[in-house]
Design a protein around this ligand. Structure first.
Ligand code: PMP
Length: 419
C-alpha cells in the first residue's frame, strides 16, 4: 500500500474507459418491475415457457452422455465447425448464401450477439471515433460503444426505419466537424426498441450512401426471423457482399440462456476477429454450441420458431388493440410487424422518465425512451414489450398505463393553468 490510499477506495484507479460508466437505468428498473403486483412491459425477454423443456432436457442429457468428452472440453476460438455450417444454412434461408460469399470459414461464433458487438467495437473503435446509429437504438450497443469511448451520433427514423436523407446529412456534418466515422450500426428489421423495419427501397439507399462514403455497416439482426405478417425484407448482407458485417443470435429464436450468437465478417478481417475473441474469452462455450447444434439437428426447430411467431403475434395484437382502445388522445405508437417491442410517444409536455415512479405506484412498468439514446433525448418516449406478458396481462398493463398518463396529463394541465 502506498502513501495514505486505502485499498477500499478504487475511484482513482479506474481506467478512463470505465470511469464514466453508470448503472443502466433499465437494470435498476427491472428490480422493481419484477415484483408480482407490477405488470412489466419493461423487459425484453423471450417467452421460454413456449419451449418443450422436457424434450430439450432429454436432448441435453443424451448429448452429455454421448458427446460429453468434447462438449465439456475447451474448443476453438472461432467456434465449432459443425455449428458454423448450420449457421450458414440458417443465413442461406434469409438470402445470405454461398452466392453472397457466406461460408463457415468466415463465421465467428460469439457469446450472444452482445459479444459480437463487443468484438466489432474492439476491432474498429478508438476513443473519439464516431458511430452512426439509429435514434433510438439498442441500449446494449450503446454500452459497448461507450466503453470503447466512441461517440454515438443518432440518425432519426420514422415508421419506415432509418431516414436515408438524414444519414447523408449526418455523414456530411461529421465530415464537416473533422470526425472519423467508423461505421453505421443498424438494426434494420423489427428494431429494438422502435419496432420499425427498414423498407426494401430504403435498404438500397442506405447501402448506396454507405458504399459511396466508404462506411462499414454493422447489421444487427436478432429479430429478423420473428416475423408476424409475412417475411422480413432481405437483410442488408444479402444485398451486398462487401462492407457489411452481419450479427445474429440464437437468443430470440431458441434460448438466450445459452448465450450463443455469431458474426459473419468479411474474409479479410476474420483472423483479426478470431484473435480478438481469443484474447477476450479464449473460446465460446463448447457445451452451449453443442446444445444448439443438437437442437438444430434433432428437434423441429422450424415448428418452434412458428410457435414463437404465433405467440408473439397474438401478444402484439393484444398490445396494439389495448393501446387503440385505452390510450388518451395525443399518444402515438409504432406498429411492429415482428420482434418484441412497441415504441410509444407520450402526449406533448409529458416526460416518460419523470413518470416512472408514478407508473410503478400504478403497478405498471415500461422503459423510458432516454435510455436508448446516447444524448439523453427520448424522454417523451417509452418502450413497451409484448413477448413476455400474457395477452391478458398486456391489456391490464396498458389499462394501468393509460390511467397513469391521463392523471399525468391532468396534473400538467392544472400546472399550466389550463384547467
Ligand atoms: N442486439 C440487439 C438489437 C438486441 O436487442 C439484443 C438483445 N436484447 C442483442 C443484440 C444481444 O442479444 P444476445 O447477446 O442475447 O444475443
Amino acid at each position: 500500500m502506498t502513501g495514505g490510499t486505502t485499498l477500499d477506495d478504487y475511484t482513482d484507479r479506474y481506467a478512463h474507459r470505465v470511469s464514466g460508466m453508470t448503472a443502466s437505468e433499465i437494470r435498476a428498473l427491472f428490480a422493481v418491475a419484477n415484483r408480482p403486483e407490477v405488470v412489466s412491459l419493461a423487459g425484453g425477454m423471450p417467452y421460454i415457457s413456449a419451449l418443450p423443456l422436457d424434450t430439450v432436457g432429454s436432448m441435453i442429457g443424451e448429448l452429455v452422455a454421448s458427446q460429453g468428452a468434447s462438449a465439456l472440453q475447451y474448443g476453438l476460438g472461432q467456434g465449432m465447425p459443425e455449428l458454423r455450417e448450420r449457421i450458414c444454412e440458417l443465413m442461406a434461408d434469409v438470402g445470405i448464401d454461398v452466392g453472397m460469399g457466406a461460408s463457415p470459414d468466415d463465421v465467428v461464433v460469439t457469446v450472444g450477439g452482445q459479444q459480437a458487438l463487443d468484438l466489432v467495437a474492439r476491432l474498429f473503435l478508438d476513443p473519439g471515433d464516431v458511430v452512426l446509429a439509429e435514434g433510438p437504438t439498442y441500449v446494449g450497443a450503446l454500452g459497448v460503444f461507450q466503453a470503447a469511448q466512441a461517440q454515438v451520433v443518432h440518425v432519426p427514423m420514422d415508421e419506415d426505419g432509418l431516414i436515408p436523407a438524414a444519414l447523408s446529412d449526418a455523414l456530411l456534418e461529421q465530415q464537416r466537424l473533422g470526425k472519423r466515422v467508423k461505421f453505421l450500426y443498424t438494426i434494420p428489421t423489427y428494431q429494438n426498441p422502435a419496432g420499425v423495419t427498414l423498407t426494401d427501397s430504403r435498404r438500397e439507399q442506405v447501402l448506396d450512401i454507405c458504399e459511396r462514403a466508404g462506411l462499414l455497416v454493422i447489421e444487427d439482426d436478432p429479430y429478423g426471423r420473428l416475423s408476424f405478417d409475412g417475411e422480413a425484407p432481405l437483410p442488408l448482407r444479402a444485398r451486398r457482399r462487401e462492407g457489411v458485417f452481419y450479427l445474429s443470435t440464437f437468443s430470440k429464436t431458441f434460448a438466450p440462456g445459452l448465450r450463443v450468437g455469431w458474426i459473419l465478417a468479411p474474409h479479410a478481417v476474420r483472423d483479426k476477429l478470431v484473435m480478438t475473441t481469443e484474447a477476450n474469452i479464449l473460446c465460446p462455450s463448447n457445451f452451449a454450441q453443442s446444445v444448439i447444434t443438437a437442437y438444430l439437428s434433432t428437434m423441429p426447430w422450424r415448428e418452434q420458431l412458428k410457435a414463437y411467431q404465433q405467440i408473439y403475434a397474438e401478444r402484439r395484437d393484444a398490445m396494439l388493440s389495448a393501446l387503440a382502445d385505452l390510450m388518451p388522445d395525443g399518444m402515438s405508437w409504432t406498429h411492429p410487424k415482428g420482434g418484441l417491442f412497441v415504441w410509444a410517444t407520450l402526449p406533448d409536455g409529458l416526460d416518460a422518465k419523470d413518470m416512472v415512479p408514478r407508473a410503478i405506484a400504478g403497478r405498471v412498468a415500461y422503459v423510458p425512451g432516454n435510455g436508448f439514446y446516447a444524448d439523453g433525448t427520448g424522454r417523451q418516449n417509452m418502450r413497451l414489450n409484448f413477448s413476455y406478458p400474457t395477452p391478458e396481462r398486456i391489456r391490464e398493463g396498458v389499462r394501468r398505463l393509460a390511467g397513469v398518463i391521463e392523471q399525468e396529463a391532468a396534473m400538467r394541465a392544472v400546472f399550466n393553468g389550463e384547467l
